[in-house]
Every structure is written in C-alpha cells, then in structure tokens.
Write a protein that binds this ligand. Sequence first.
Ligand code: ZN
Length: 458
Amino acid sequence: MGLVLNDYVAAERDRIVDTLLDWLRVPSISAHPAHAADVRRSAEWLADRFREAGLEHVEVIETPGAPAVYGDHLHAAADAPTALVYGHHDVQPVDPLDEWASPPFEPVIEEGECRARGAVDDKGQVLYQLEAARGWLQGAGGTPLPVNLKFIVEGEEEVGSPNFEALLEAERERLACDVVVVSDTDMWAPDVPTTCVGMRGLVAFDVRVRTARSDLHSGLFGGAVPNPTHVIARMVAALHDEAGRVAVPGFYDHVRALTPAEEASLAEIPVDEAAWREMAGVRTLVGESGRSLLERIWTRPTCDVVGIGVGYQGDGMKTVVPAKGGFKVTFRLVPDQRPDHVTARFTEWLRSVTPDGVDVEAVAEGGVAPALTPVDHPAVGALCRAIERVWGKAPLFTRIGGSGPEEALGRVLGAPVLYLGVALPDDRFHAPNERMVMDQFWKGLLAAGELWQELAFA
Ligand SMILES: [Zn+2]
C-alpha cells in the first residue's frame, strides 16, 4: 500500500522505539506532588523532541499546576486547514507495585508489546502523532505538510485537567484551529477499527438531609420522629422506574436520537456480553429495558448513586434515630442534555420527594457537557479514509461513556473533535502492566500521516 509514511517508518523504526522508551523512563505522575519535577522534566523532554521534529514556536506553557507543551508548523497553503493535536504527558500512579511484571518506569518490549506506565495513556499515542509530523516535515510525503499543524500536550489530564479549560481560554488565539485531533482513546479490537464520535457529560450532586437538631434515642422518640435513613432510602429508590429509566421528570427532554448512520454502525460492533460481564466482574447486567449494552454505556444518559452516608456505622448497635445524612449521585449526560437543565430538573424532583418538615439541600459538584462530533462532518470522513487505508476497513463509530477535556476543546475552540486513538480495551489503562501493542502504534503513526493529506483535501 502506498502510505505516505511507509518508508519513513521503515527507516526510523529503531530510533522511534528508543525515543518512546526514553520518554517512558520519566515518572511523570501528576497526582503525586513528589513527582512535580518529573512532570516538568517530561514537558521539557517533549519540547526538545518537538524542536528536533521541526516544529516551531515550541514552548513549555506554565499553568497553576503542571506545565503543558505547545509547538506548531504553520506553513501550509493559504486555504489549508489547521489541525490541533491534543494529548497528555502525565501518567497515573503505579500502585499496586507488586503486580507489575517489570518496574513501571523501566519500559520493556516483549512479544510485540511495550510495557510501562504511560505506554498507551498517553505517551505512546502522543509520540506517534509527533513522529508522523516529523516524517512529513522531513519530506516523507514528497510535498510540504499539507495542513497547518499545532500540538498541545497537557500535564494534568490524569488529575482531571483542572487548569486546562483556563489554558484553552487564555490561549484561544494561539490554539485556533479547524479541527482537533485527540489521540487518547481506544479502538474496539485490532481487527475492528473504530473511532469515537462522542463522550458523555457529567453532573453530580451531594445531597444532604436533616430531620432533627441532633440524634434521638430510638426508644424514647422512635416511631414519632422522621428518620433520615428512611427518607434517603425512599429518595434513592425513586430515582429509577421499573423499566430502569431515570424517573426525574424532564430528564430525557433533550436527548438526541442517533442518526441512522450511527445506529447502523453501533449495530455492527461485535459485542460478546458474557465476556463483557466477565471483564466487569459481575454476574448480571441491568439498565434501561429495550436498550442494548452499548446503548446503555455509550448513548443513553444514566444515574448512579455513588455513596450513601447516614446513621450509626460503628461496632455493635446504637439505639438511635439519626438526625442527618446524605447521598451522592452522578448523572452521565448525552447530547443534547445540558448540565444546567438537568440540575434544574433534579432540584425540582428532589423538592417533590422531600417530606414536610425535612431539610434537604443539593450541592452541585462541577458539570461537564456531553461532546458529540457530527458523523457527517467532512473531517470525520477524512479520518475514516485515513484509518481505512491503514487497517484495510472503514472504522465503526463508538462513543465513550466517561468525560474528559475533549468537550472543552471542542467548545472553547469551536472546532469538531476527531478521535484517532489506537489503544485496545485490554491495554490495562491506569492499572499494573499497562501496555502499548506496537502493531497498533505503527498503524497509528501511519494513519496520522494519512490524515494530514486527507484533511487537506476534505
Ligand atoms: Zn489518557
């Protein structure tokens, strides 16, 4: 196959592997303050590789937390599109250390896999993007790089990107682009190439219930005073109806139906429910009736109570009617639900299920809107052609059940978000023995090379 970067990969393979291993030796764990200097070292290491690759205006951008790295190459034709590649250079903590087959920051390549913390999440996936750019800039395409290219690689993704949206706002002009390319996601299977087209959003509430000034003796008062345990249990039980739907009125108001193309694509993904149950470690699956497993985890909104705290939890018994308690609840949102709308509907519902004489307060904790890339956008077509050329078949469309900085990227920069991620579901993200399957790595590099060409002519 005449792929743009075939010869480049053949000639540079060993150096690229060495570069990957070198970066993986930097323990850039953003969650541990003791590793702050390593996260900085990782940023500076990457800035050096940016310069070597031929990127310009390379800069380590400071944030109130860990630094991000920027670089660009803006010499394409006047009407050429500008693409912004997003990734992150920080990694997850490594515990439990004794479950690693080799030390997490001493990367090894065995049986076609690179094993190290950060191998796939996300250093490997940033590096193939960078090497694809380097290949083009060294003339591998036979023509100049056909798009304007920018990179932004943050250092705090694994701690929830607390400063990233502010960085996007502050750097809106420098990061301006026609399309964002995220390489921090996975594919369904090596022989089932997929691309994500949406991520669920999130709103969460800390609900506090108070029924009395202080705890009361259950023998003297029990039977005549309200019990917050019972109040909370009723509320939690009322969140879902018999069909597994969220019972908050108006919750589904803005849920957008899938397009026929997305529906058809979803139906083609080969799902082994038994294997999925096994992976989750559960014996049974629940959820909205009439919906498939993939719909439940990707394209439908959900509600999960993540914790309840009320009453006496210590040893033995305490004969008491507690005075207060609470629960924490999260809602995963899908397009076009809005965090503020769901917050308003939940608050109304909560009022409607609150008994007289009981104080209930709900504190909203953050809010992330769902992200959706229209599958009929020309840039999605370009990505699909790039993937098809490398994998030999067109990708199916997936969604991601969780949320990340992708929504902010698309919203603040006003550009569609493409997902060129080649991780596999069993790459042990965030777990011991994280790995990158090297065949996927090389394919990712080749596909990134094809993408710049496809985007220029989309
Ligand atoms: Zn990641």
